[in-house]
Design a protein around this ligand. Structure first.
Ligand code: CMP
Length: 150
């Protein structure tokens, strides 16, 4: 089992796409193990995107990510990190394949609806940045045995 952090960005919230996008993750069989709706503090966003600090879009990215509320979630499943990134599609909605979330709902590189962790170390650090261990819920669902074989 793997966990990944996703952020429904302010464009997803303002465009009222959160429910439809979340349904895609649930439809795939991924398990929601944590969720939080918040207006992100600037320092937290700066830490989250510290790896992009030298990029020309960093300032505008921080502005965007603090411009309105976001929904944070931790999703769990086998290979969840890659599964979620494949569901999202390419960073730029114009290039993302039809059928992916960004390919179906977006046209922009910055306003790309959802952030997802890009590897196991990043996932661990990002989950720890936004959630305390007590906020992550371990449970099983009745259909789990029909989603992943033994
Ligand atoms: P995300 O997966 O959250 O990781 C970094 C974010 O920076 C990315 O999604 C986009 O929202 C944004 N981004 C990446 N490249 C560019 C770019 N060239 N111009 C503007 N924003 C970008």
């Amino acid at each position: 089992m793997e966990r990944t952090l996703i952020i429904f960005k302010p464009d997803a919230v303002n465009r009222m796409l959160v429910g439809r996008i979340l349904a895609r993750f649930e439809d795939k069989g991924l398990r929601i193990v944590a969720m939080k709706f918040q207006q992100s503090p600037r320092e937290q966003v700066e830490r989250h995107y510290a790896v992009h600090k030298e990029r020309p879009f960093y300032g505008s990215l921080v502005e965007f990510m603090t411009s309105g509320p976001v929904l944070l979630a931790v999703l769990e499943g086998p290979g969840a990190i890659e599964v979620v990134r494949n569901l999202l599609g390419a960073t730029d909605g114009r290039e993302a394949a039809p059928g992916t979330i960004r390919g179906d709902f977006g046209l922009d590189k910055q306003y790309n609806l959802v952030h997802a962790s890009d590897g196991p170390d990043t996932a661990r650090n990002e989950i720890a940045l936004f959630f305390s261990p007590e906020e992550i819920v371990e449970y099983t669902r009745a259909p789990d045995g029909w989603i992943v074989s033994k």
